[in-house]
Design a protein around this ligand. Structure first.
Ligand code: RFL
Ligand code: PHB
Length: 390
């Protein structure tokens, strides 16, 4: 097979880039290891920043998101027995976020790729990258008994944290920065009415909790748990009881409970790989960087990578201008690190740390006290949460 851009990974990053490039007449092939049903069964992000939503519209995939997604102009932080609201709209100069599930967004992207007869290969096994240091890279994969070779100009590694692309960059070229947190998030999706029209991030002595939603009939809740816990250890009853204990009494009293549709634990990790380019391979999204979900930044960090790559590729193919490709890694990383800083800060402020000192807990109290007493601090939170400009 021959294509201009071979994209490894059919998650949101890979699909969105494929769709945007297609609209500019640039040919792509997407190689996805899993089946479509498997990809659509993963429950992940719920909050999209303005910039991501704009890219979806530019990719002509924003129609259902605009119809069914909810615009949120604020959220709550529950702490010390009180609920304080963060007015995103007011403090970000009129911006907001869209609550729309990653599952739905991925479904919209698949449908758009189908409509345009985009080439998305599912169940692509043993994907391997070859000759990426030079200008004639190729990718091989196996589908059933067939071994396929794809020749291309560029390879995009959009295959998530556990993908093969980043690992194809020789040791010695790549620098990795990582921080692991001593807990995970146990998430439950349930067909119940959300407890609050806006998200509630709760900091308590028992650990962090988050009340989120997918729609007015679908709720998504998370609680901080030790890394040693397994999702199977948590019955629905135990989950609801623990969530209730971590919410302010008036919120807990109106919590609607029901059977879980999905229950899983995600460990919390911060990770960045530098550089994001090696020869003709460009990394994007979770393949290059991971944030703990506390700041709702993961997918949104991917959005800026895709934006920069999209314009760099258009520059290359349409105008013969490679400055975008050459500057990609540095430009993408500058924004990635800001999302890292914000996600780390939100995580440190809102979670219980097993070995924390009384001093650390006092600083957490002070961080929150400062936030809700300073317009400057509120502006800083709001501009980061709605997304810094690309
Ligand atoms: P993905 O979604 O991991 O997709 C990568 C795809 O590559 C495939 N793949 C391979 N394909 C071929 N060959 C191989 N060798 C391959 N190896 C892997 C995989 O099957 C997969 O389909 O990465 P992408 O596209 O970069 O998207 C990133 C986002 O998924 C991620 O950042 C967000 O989900 C993070 N995240 C959140 N982000 C937000 O912006 N807002 C949120 O509210 C938010 N909430 C969350 C989150 C992530 C969570 N978890 C489970 C980690 C909540 C949670 C609980
Ligand atoms: C979610 O709805 O899954 C979600 C929302 C906000 C976050 C993380 C996850 O910060």
């Amino acid at each position: 097979m021959k294509t201009q851009v071979c994209i490894i990974g059919g998650g949101p990053s890979g699909l969105l880039l494929s769709q945007l490039l297609h609209l500019q007449g640039i040919d792509t092939v997407v190689l996805e290891r899993q089946s479509r049903d498997y990809v659509l069964g993963r429950i992940r992000a719920g909050v999209l920043e303005h910039g991501f939503a704009e890219l979806m519209r530019e990719a002509r995939c924003g129609e259902r998101m605009d119809r069914e997604g909810e615009i949120h102009e604020g959220f709550f932080i529950a702490h010390d027995g009180r609920m304080d609201r963060v007015d995103l709209h007011k403090y970000s100069g009129g911006s907001s976020v869209v609550v729309y599930g990653q599952t739905e967004l991925t479904r919209d992207l698949y449908e758009a790729r189908d409509r345009m007869q985009g080439m998305v290969v599912h169940d692509a096994q043993d994907v391997k990258l070859h000759d990426i240091a030079g200008s004639s890279p190729w990718v091989s994969y196996r589908k059933g008994d067939e071994l396929v070779r794809v020749d291309c100009d560029f390879v995009i590694g959009a295959d998530g944290f556990h993908g093969v692309s980043r690992k194809s960059i020789p040791r010695g070229v790549l620098r990795e920065y990582e921080k692991l947190y001593p807990f995970g998030w146990l998430g439950v999706l349930s067909r119940t009415r959300p407890v609050s029209p806006e998200l509630i991030y709760a900091r308590t002595e028992r650990g962090f909790a988050l009340c989120s939603l997918r729609s007015q009939v679908l709720s998504r809740y998370y609680i901080q748990v030790p890394l040693s816990d397994k999702a199977e250890d948590w019955s629905d009853e135990a989950f609801w009881a623990e969530l209730q204990r971590r919410l302010p009494p008036e919120v807990a009293a109106r919590l609607e409970t029901g059977p879980s549709i999905e229950k899983s634990i995600a460990p919390l990790r911060s990770f960045v790989a530098e550089p994001m380019r090696h020869g003709s391979l460009f990394l994007a999204g979770d393949a290059a960087h991971i944030v703990p979900p506390t700041g709702a930044r993961g997918l949104n960090s991917a959005a800026s990578d895709i934006h920069y790559l999209y314009h760099a590729m258009v520059g290359h193919y349409r105008d013969g201008d490679d400055r975008g490709l050459e500057g990609y890694s540095a430009k993408a990383l500058a924004r990635v690190w800001k999302a890292q800083r914000f996600s780390w800060w939100m995580t440190m402020m809102l979670h219980s740390f097993p070995d924390s000192l009384a001093y650390d807990r006092k600083l957490q109290d002070t961080d929150l006290a400062y936030l809700f007493s300073s317009e400057a601090a509120m502006r800083s939170l709001a501009e980061n949460y709605v997304g810094l400009p690309f």
